[in-house]
Design a protein around this ligand. Sequence first.
Ligand SMILES: [Zn+2]
Length: 43
Amino acid sequence: MGIIVCQSCNKAIDVFEGEKVTTLYAKGNCDNCNTNSKSKDNK
Ligand SMILES: [Zn+2]
């Protein structure tokens, strides 16, 4: 099992099947970060 963690907010955003336990860091922002930055841009 693997986990994908957001680099920006350090939150686990996704999991995937796998033989090993793996943690991957997502490049860019997750939905949470995108929402936050979007609301900032809109202002
Ligand atoms: Zn994030």
